[in-house]
Design a binder for this molecule. Structure first.
Ligand code: SFD
Ligand code: AMP
Length: 625
């Protein structure tokens, strides 16, 4: 076995991840832990200042309820989310985040995040729930506050340590194991409570980007499904694993569209200049009651566009030139109008320079001035992101004061595995939390985890022999390469092993062709899904033959194993829900309509003892509707 030193870390509350949810958990847990004399430890696979989905920054905060402004209520936000997810959401969780998120945004401002203000000093809204920010350094600002909170409470943080597995003892979570991506060190974290906040999953499906563009995506490729794997492997109940998110984005560079549709009030038209949101409106009747609400749910907005594309009416254009002209034309004074035009041009570029730099580069590379030329938009490959308009994640305990019975089991955001908590993309059925809501959910989980650690004070122990076994399995790809590297002249081609990139390509091909990827216009069916499961079983067998030349490839091996598990949970759940509820995300050609008996959660569980999967329905119990 590769010679790795074992580093053991004992703590009370372990936070896995260094993104928005993890930072929220660390700030809140540090406050309550200090009061209770407990220790908080955070571990991130990267460097917190620039890790996770907010690494490049953001140009907006997409969840701000503005309760104090008097226009919006928590109920309003819950209605918005329930409708946008076609009826499938945990209202108790959404409400719990919505009632705390404004205070989080005020904290961000106090820490130095520049939020746009109008002449009267009020926040500039992108839309009803979204605020515009100068967010290039958003993550650095949040990470700094997090490190300060940990240090002040006697806590600690580890960076560049990749977590692979949970430690499960007698059905309870006792911590986690992983390895450094810089040194030959194997890490064992033992904790009373563990918060899983490792983001969502990207590159499970074949991306549209290829060749020189490979690696380019909207959601970050370094969020590789570790949250789903960690909670699944622990035996936690999962929910909404079928509810992938397909964002419409500026084509090829994946620039977001929210600011253009909401702030710039832009239209999108097809190759014939038609606005599919108008020409395809009758289709919305088929998806009542959700097809009738405003705003039209994100998946249905996608669907109307896809129908045009499938009819050969592409390409689809974001009419940036028209939007900017309309906004500047609204300024009567000639001189002021010129000034407004300049302002709009810089806002247009700022939107991407703050968040998706490649989009600004692509504009430059194609001589695109948004005030002169429209840009193509397209539906991307599927992502698993429970914090945006998707819903996949673990099934977690809701707040006692709001949660219908059976939705709460003692500690906020605890999974069904005692001692294991989840927040952000890792927690399911609580969509539309975004950066601010994920941080807020992290705060809720952080307080819940300290509460659990106070009431379950026994020091976690774990069998050393089992740890040695885990170490051997986790480092096996390095041994596989060392043992067989001499069998061929090209390290990437070898009959004895498979390299992580090749393994990922096979996974992406299976998901693209059998589970409704880009090349099948997001359409699948029972026979296709069953064939996909058969091929995933072979892939799982071959995962034992993964080989890694170095620490970087070792991380790639485990990222792809984590993606594979997310893929299997997804395929099994689409197969189980025999209806189409989210056209625009995926379409079951054999069950093309919504069914009343499926106004329910499709949940699943993997049993660590038997290795068996269990699929089951759970009632949707509303708090407000
Ligand atoms: O509009 C391991 N998001 C936006 N949110 C907004 O509020 N406003 C916007 O304008 C947003 N836009 C946007 C967004 C995301 C992206 C990528 C783009 C544009 C281009 C969404 C938010 O960013 C998102 O909701 C939250 O960040 C989700 O938070 P969280 O904590 O669930 O995930 P994370 O922040 O990615 O953090 C994950 C962390 O886990 C670490 N990690 N650590 C150890 N071991 C492992 N195995 C690990 N695997 C992962 C990561 O390093 C990271 O620290 S718009 O387009 O939507
Ligand atoms: P996006 O840029 O697609 O990630 O969207 C950012 C935010 O804007 C999210 O809250 C979306 O739900 C919202 N959004 C994007 N497009 C629209 C639209 N056409 N109508 C209403 N809300 C939208």
């Amino acid at each position: 076995m590769a010679n790795f030193e074992t580093v053991e870390v004992k703590t009370d509350v372990l936070i896995i991840g260094g993104g928005m949810a993890a930072c929220g958990a660390a700030v809140e847990a540090s406050y309550w832990a200090k009061k209770s004399g407990l220790k908080v430890t955070l571990v991130d696979k990267a460097a917190m200042d620039r890790s996770g989905a907010v690494a490049m920054g953001l140009s907006a905060i997409n969840q701000y309820v503005d309760v104090c402004g008097g226009k919006n209520t928590i109920h309003n936000y819950v209605d918005y989310v329930r409708n946008d997810l076609m009826g499938i959401t945990r209202e108790d969780l959404v409400a719990n985040i919505a009632r705390h998120v404004d205070s989080t945004v005020h904290l961000f401002e106090k820490w130095g995040l520049p939020i746009w203000k109008d002449a009267d000093g009020n926040y500039v809204h992108e839309g009803r729930w979204q605020l515009m920010i100068n967010g290039e350094s958003y993550k650095c600002i949040v990470a700094e506050a997090t490190k300060n909170a940990l240090n002040e409470a006697g806590g600690e943080y580890f960076e560049r340590v990749f977590i692979t597995e949970p430690l499960i003892k007698d059905g309870k979570c006792a911590g986690a194991v992983g390895f450094s991506v810089r040194e030959n060190e194997f890490y064992v974290f033992k904790a009373k409570a563990t918060i899983c906040a490792m983001g969502g999953a990207v590159h499970v499906f074949k991306p549209r980007s290829s060749g020189e563009g490979l690696g380019r995506s909207w959601y970050p490729p370094f969020n590789s499904g570790s949250s789903a794997y960690f909670t699944l492997k622990g035996g936690a109940e999962m929910t909404c694993q079928e509810v992938r998110f397909i964002p419409v984005r500026f084509k090829d560079a994946y620039g977001p569209v929210g600011a253009w549709f909401l702030l710039f009030k832009s239209r999108a038209t097809n190759g014939l200049g038609e606005n599919y949101m108008e020409t395809r409106r009758p289709e919305l009747e088929n998806w009542k009651p959700y097809g009738m609400v405003k705003p039209v749910p994100a998946n249905l907005r996608n669907w109307l566009m896809m129908l045009d594309v499938m009819d050969g009416k592409g390409p689809i254009f974001m009419r940036t030139e028209e939007a900017i002209a309309n906004l500047s034309k609204a300024v009567p004074d000639e001189k002021e109008r010129k000034k407004k035009l300049k302002e709009l041009e810089s806002e247009a570029w700022e939107d991407f320079l703050d968040m998706t730099i490649s989009q600004a580069i692509l504009w430059a590379a194609t001589n695109t001035a948004p005030e002169e030329k429209p840009s193509e938009i397209a539906a991307c490959e599927p992502y698993f992101i429970g914090s945006h308009s998707g819903a996949s994640g673990a099934w977690v305990s809701g707040p006692e004061d709001l949660a219908p019975e059976s939705y709460s089991w003692g500690y906020n955001n605890m999974t069904t595995v005692p001692g294991m908590f989840a927040a952000g993309d890792a927690s399911g059925a609580s969509s539309h939390k975004f950066s601010s809501g994920s941080f807020t959910e992290g705060r809720i989980a952080g307080k819940g985890a300290v509460h659990y650690a106070v009431e379950n004070a026994a020091d976690p122990t774990f069998d050393d022999a089992k740890i040695e076994e885990l170490k051997k399995t986790i480092l096996n790809p390095l041994d596989m390469f060392e043992e067989h590297k001499g069998a061929s002249s090209d390290p990437d081609v070898n009959v004895n092993y498979i390299k992580p990139k090749m393994f990922m390509f096979r996974l992406q091909k299976i998901m693209d062709e059998y589970a409704g990827g880009v090349s099948t216009q997001f359409t699948t069916s029972k026979p296709l899904l069953e064939k996909g499961l058969e091929l995933l079983a072979f892939l799982k067998e071959d995962s034992e033959k993964l080989a890694a030349e170095n620490l970087h490839e070792l991380m790639r091996c485990w990222e792809n194993i984590h993606r594979m598990w997310q893929a299997e949970a997804h395929v099994r759940t689409i197969l189980f829900r025999d209806e189409t509820r989210w056209p625009g995300y995926y379409f079951r050609s054999d069950c093309p309509k919504m069914k009343d008996n499926w106004l329910a959660f499709a949940n699943c569980k993997w049993d660590p003892k038997t290795g068996e999967w269990e699929m089951f329905k759970r009632d949707v119990k509303y708090v407000y509707a």
